[in-house]
Design a protein around this ligand. Structure first.
Ligand code: PLP
Length: 362
């Protein structure tokens, strides 16, 4: 909710669209306008499909990558979360990580076997994997800034290496920008970094708060999707007019001033948290990219899953409860990112910081 909850223009767009009908099971002009907007914002996307959740976007993108390459293996990074499709619940972050069961019950072992995991930010491990199994790999999917083990930025050269290795070995590089898309910049991490993955997954902000997500990429890859190509993917409610109206109303309002404000509020929050943890003598590390931020209760920097799990989650839990007692709803897991919206003010940040300081002291 990058513009905050119940933004009047978005509410109006939703109500207006609903008056004309909520779903047709077929594309509308509004869906085309949404697609044009996404293609305009995301440099790597030449063609796209609307779906209804980030899970669907990642699941579909990987099916297309497999169909395009004729290969089956998928590479993901430990601690990255790409939704709850069976084959992606392998060493996943977010809720799966919080409860210490990164591999969910109910996932068939045969399904999980097709997913290879590598430590985040480890270029040498990825190079080694491609050296030994390069011809089997259909795709590498990555959170270009991780939010799902807490905020972990990519080390310099890491994302570049993914794109290069995929290119050299005929695999598809996929940026899962469900969280970073229009969050770290209007055009996501690919705008911020200048990098161009083969495919991109979008969700969350892209849908203006409605069940809407998207995947897309290079034309040659996306032309494999039916009816042009042999890879099947469809959804009755995908790209419905109510959701795309909300999305358009929000995306039209994301100008440079939004990101300047979020950066400034983010920097204020980061500086305050660092100061408080030092003052209170609490071993902690604050990691932030734009308006995504995590306070890790442990020694930084956190570069990957193994670093993140060393955090003192019991201490995080006590701090979180102390925050709740002070009216502050911080994300309820050590392995989540907190987000700032344009509805927040400097006064809100200062209020959060005052509560955080008291909670640290408590
Ligand atoms: N990918 C990333 C990076 C996510 O953060 C999430 C959700 O948190 C997903 C995919 C799944 O999206 P959804 O919850 O909409 O299915």
């Amino acid at each position: 909710m990058i513009l905050g909850h119940a933004h009047p223009a978005i509410v109006e767009a939703i109500v207006g669209a609903a008056r004309n009908g909520t779903s047709y099971g077929a594309p509308t002009e509004l869906e085309i306008r949404f697609a044009e907007k996404v293609i305009d914002l995301y440099p790597s996307i030449e063609m796209m499909r609307a779906v209804s959740s980030g899970t669907e976007a990642c699941m579909a993108a990987l099916r297309v990558a497999r169909g395009f390459t004729g290969r089956e293996a998928v590479v993901k990074f430990e601690g990255c979360y790409h939704g709850h499709a069976d084959f992606l619940l392998v060493k996943a972050g977010s809720g799966a990580m919080t409860f210490g069961v990164p591999d969910s019950a109910g996932v068939p072992s045969a399904t999980a076997k097709g997913t290879i995991t590598v430590p985040y930010n480890d270029v040498a491990a990825l190079e080694e994997l491609f050296k030994t199994r390069g011809s089997e790999i259909a795709a590498v999917i990555v959170e270009p800034v991780v939010g799902n083990m807490g905020v972990v930025p990519p080390a310099p050269g890491f994302l570049e290496a993914i794109i290069r290795l995929c290119k050299d070995h005929g695999a598809v590089s996929i940026f899962d920008e469900v969280m970073t898309g229009s969050r770290v910049a209007r055009g996501g991490m690919q705008e911020r970094s200048g990098l161009r993955p083969d495919m991109t997954c979008l969700g969350k902000i892209i849908g203006g708060g409605m069940p809407l997500a998207a995947y897309g990429g290079r034309r040659a890859i996306m032309e494999k999707v039916a009816p042009l190509g042999p890879v099947y993917q469809a959804g009755t409610l995908s790209g419905n007019p109510v959701a795309v109206s909300a999305a358009l109303a929000q995306l039209e309002r994301l100008d440079a001033s939004v990101y300047e404000k979020l950066e400034s509020l983010g920097a204020r929050l980061e500086a305050g948290l660092v100061e408080s943890t030092k003052k209170r003598g609490v071993e902690a590390c604050v990691q932030r990219v734009g308006s995504m931020i995590t306070l890790f209760f442990g020694q930084g920097p956190i570069r990957n899953f193994s670093d993140a799990v060393k955090s003192d989650t019991a201490r995080f839990g006590r701090w979180h409860s102390a925050m709740i007692a002070r009216g502050q709803y911080w994300p309820p897991s050590q392995f989540e990112a907190a987000f700032i919206s344009t509805a927040h003010t400097e006064a809100d940040i200062d209020k959060t910081l005052a509560a955080a300081d008291e909670a640290l002291s408590a």
